[in-house]
Design a protein. Structure first.
Length: 193
């Protein structure tokens, strides 16, 4: 079977152009919905996937109707292919997995996308290694334990050190310092009640 999928993001928009494109191709059944493409849960798209069988074809007027990101697109195409079905875009003629050339183009573009993700990951790792060599630690800041919080509160109350010096000593920002001060002050006032 040949299935069509049409989608618009809001109820104010209409599907006429997409439906016309799909009907010109001669699809057997059209799944249509008015829901943003950023939502993972799209009921009509899910229904389409449930109906897909080997050698079926999914046709979209253009890729933005199916997916909003490259990663999402590759995942959806992979899901379609895992069912033994194919996908074809009317606007992006390079995406036509019903032909050997289309399969090659999609594989090539998917490979470039994976290559780009791998390069970004490699650069990030290299950047972290350079930062560590310079004495900087990447990642999330460690949470302050209660002893450190009480020490920060005590140093702040005694006014022997400036706010900036306390922040440097504990590697925290001013907002974090004031958050700790309030937290400890509130817990002390609860104890005194």
């Amino acid at each position: 079977m040949i299935f069509g999928y049409a989608r618009v993001s809001t109820h104010d928009q209409n599907l006429d152009r997409q439906l016309e494109d799909l009907n010109k191709i001669g699809v057997d059944e059209v799944f249509q919905e008015k829901v943003t493409g950023t939502k993972a849960d799209r009921p009509q798209l899910n229904r389409l996937f449930e109906k897909l069988r080997k050698d079926d074809v999914v046709i979209v007027s253009d890729l933005t109707r199916l997916s909003r990101s490259t990663k999402d697109l590759f995942n959806l195409v992979e899901l379609i292919q895992s069912k033994g079905a194919n996908i074809k875009s009317i606007k992006e003629s390079w995406l036509d997995t019903t032909t050997p050339t289309g399969k090659l183009m999609f594989t090539f573009i998917a490979g470039i996308s994976q290559f780009e993700r791998d390069l970004i990951s490699q650069r990030t790792k290299e950047g972290l290694e350079i930062a560590r060599a310079r004495g900087k630690v990447g990642g999330r800041k460690q949470k302050l334990d209660n002893v450190k919080k009480e020490t920060i509160h005590k140093l702040y109350q005694e006014k022997n050190m400036s706010v900036m010096d306390i922040c440097k000593m504990f590697s925290i920002s001013k907002p974090t310092l004031y958050k700790v001060i309030n937290e400890v002050s509130n817990s002390l006032s609860d104890i005194l009640k």
